[in-house]
Ligand binder design. Sequence first.
Ligand SMILES: [Zn+2]
Length: 294
Amino acid sequence: MNKQDMLYRGMAMDGQFRVFAAQSTQTVQTARDLHDLSPINTFLLGKMLTAAAMLSLDLKGPGSEVSLRLDGDGELRGALVMCNDLGELRGYAFAPSVFFEEAAENFLPVKHLGSGSMTVIRSVAGKQPTMGHTTLVEGEVAQNLAHYFEQSEQIPTAVNLGVLIDKEARVRAAGGLLIQQLPQADPARAELLIARLASTPNISDLMDMGLGIPQILKRFLFTEKDFSLEEAHPIQYKCNCSRERFERGLRLLGKEELSEMLDGVEPQCHFCNASYHFSGKDIAGLIASLERKG
Ligand SMILES: [Zn+2]
């Protein structure tokens, strides 16, 4: 499937539920290649990127961004992903080459995170960011995201996230569904939906069989007449780093720390591995400009 990755949003069952969905195969493949991720990390980062893309549909206003972070005391350690209101995603794994001998279908990244937490931060340009935080529970990224919504935002939520890779670690399919129950929803219909979700096969397996996101939702979860879905916007892996951004970061270190770097430095972006060279002369220039400011 070489189709452009896409975010979808919709309503179902007379507006009692809202639906977010993402096709993210290319985005996850780009992340895998960029960071040379081990299979377990492709599952972890792939699911988190897909989740962050769906969370970004709730962002309000230009320049806003959502970040999703998992931290654990296990060998896998965790990962951080971000998505802005334009559907531009970036992220990195904390232990990108950790490898486990397991059959691909048994890869359950959260199990290897050990004890830890999930953090969601939403930032809107010019405003104080909002942050929610939950302890990791049994289950995978999807169950932890559902748990986050229940605990932190009191919204009953069902999540299905899938990443499918082949023997060469290429991403065959990646995608996600997120369904939220609105306050006026009929409990009986909510129960019906949960039962249907529970019997829906993994989304990446269905995509690999050639089904698109709208078809999957129609076939397994909603009948045609109580469901509407539209394309929101494309998503892609895109970093927003720049030399100016790194220069601002260096200035924040202050004169004293900069004076230890007079041989030059070459910081590297965690999200896209781009590196920016600052010569000793550049550093001396930064120190001089900080001195002028006092
Ligand atoms: Zn970058």
